[in-house]
Design a protein around this ligand. Structure first.
Ligand code: SF4
Ligand code: SF4
Length: 371
């Protein structure tokens, strides 16, 4: 059975601006069917790495916050900490970045909670239904404990996954730092002794007694290490790293299974914003020029159908000139699919196919336009 995806264009007129259209869109798509009364509602969003200006405007978040509050829900805006060096790797930096980008309670009427806590180690292990690559996903606690999930996703390109849509926002975005490592890497981390400050914090976090000290620098005993990644989050100096990167295909399989862990047992609703479609992720501290024109806002209860509808819509759009996409086509040739053209090593089909296989959703959809 196809899922229904609702869509509204970027066209506006007096009395029908984009916030108004977003409210109408989610209403028509059935968001009101969820019983919000008294429940914690995690609104999963990417606050944008400072320097990148293509992240979602807080104004859109406020529309959804107000929608949920009018129905008695208790929303919070949330994301998990990042694994890489940047401005969102611990809760204090992350909240500061969110505020810097306008996600303050004054503009959104809502608080920000970093789901995996101060150091990115506050997680819940959630067994994955039908999981083949991940037995137990490490999901940020506040998201795992929320009663309802609403994802709001800036739909754009991505270096590894082709595009970043609802599945990536849910799967990668809701993973704790160790959860992100599990999706990106296999194997065991190492200590960068130049960065190690000998603070001895990581040893308290390792449940396997795998860390000791050599010349007063942390050292991981690979015979004892099980590759859980917990020490990576515990180090405030980015001294513990894992460079055993997974293939794009394995990353996609694992990301699909993490998304399953997030959505499998609770009411969920998903909104994708296909605008400012930069070729790469909002995690970067810059955003290259959009590769296609703005298309609109899409919403559905099915995150797979939603992503599929968005990627299909993008692929019918004419590439904008003088962009990373046109440069990449000139260099690598045209494979007639914008996201593969923009990032030739990526493979988004694998992710959506695996999502369908394990029951996250379907690639079949019916598209309904909302004025
Ligand atoms: S937590 Fe980081 S800085 Fe501290 S001892 Fe471990 S590796 Fe070194
Ligand atoms: S990855 Fe896990 S088991 Fe290995 S050293 Fe770090 S905390 Fe210990």
């Amino acid at each position: 059975m196809p899922s229904t995806v609702y869509y509204t264009s970027m066209r506006t007129r007096p009395g029908n601006n984009l916030p108004t259209k977003l409210n109408k869109l989610v209403d028509r798509a059935g968001l009101d069917d969820i019983d919000f009364g008294g429940r914690f509602v995690a609104i999963k969003i990417h606050f944008g790495e400072p320097g990148n200006l293509s992240f979602l405007r807080p104004n859109f978040a406020k529309v959804i916050v107000d929608y949920v509050k009018r129905r008695g829900g208790r929303p919070f805006l949330t994301d998990c900490n990042t694994l890489y060096v940047g401005r969102r790797g611990d809760a204090i930096s992350h909240i500061s970045a969110a505020y810097e980008n306008g996600y303050t309670p004054f503009s959104t009427n809502c608080h920000v909670i970093i789901a995996d806590g101060l150091r990115g180690t506050d997680e819940r292990n959630i067994p994955v239904k039908n999981g083949e690559y991940v037995q137990s996903a490490r999901i940020g606690s506040a998201i795992a404990e929320a009663d309802i999930i609403i994802s709001m996703t800036h739909f754009k390109g991505h270096e590894m996954t082709g595009f970043g849509g609802a599945i990536k926002n849910l799967g990668m975005g809701c993973g704790s730092r160790a959860g992100k490592m599990e999706q990106h890497c296999d194997g065991k981390p190492q200590v960068n002794t130049t960065r190690c400050k000998s603070c001895h914090r990581c040893i308290t976090q390792c449940a396997h007694n795998a860390i000791d000290y050599v010349d007063d620098k942390a050292h991981i005993n690979i015979d004892k290490c099980v590759g859980c990644g917990r020490c990576i989050g515990s180090c405030g100096f980015n001294a513990i790293v894992n460079r055993n990167y997974n293939s794009a295909k394995l990353l996609n399989y694992k990301m699909a299974e993490y998304a399953q862990a997030v959505v499998q047992d609770k009411p969920c609703f998903h909104i994708n914003f296909v605008m400012d479609v930069s070729p790469e992720c909002d995690c970067r501290a810059e955003n290259d020029a959009p590769i296609i024109p703005d298309i609109g806002i899409f919403a559905s209860f099915d995150p797979v159908a939603l992503d599929r509808a968005c990627v299909d819509a993008c692929n019918t759009a004419t590439p904008l000139p003088n962009t990373q996409l046109t440069e990449s086509v000139a260099k690598h040739g045209d494979c007639h699919e914008h996201f593969a053209n923009a990032n030739p090593n990526s493979d988004w089909q694998t992710c959506l196919a695996h999502c369908e296989k394990i029951g996250v959703g379907t690639n079949q959809y019916t598209l309904i336009e909302v004025e």
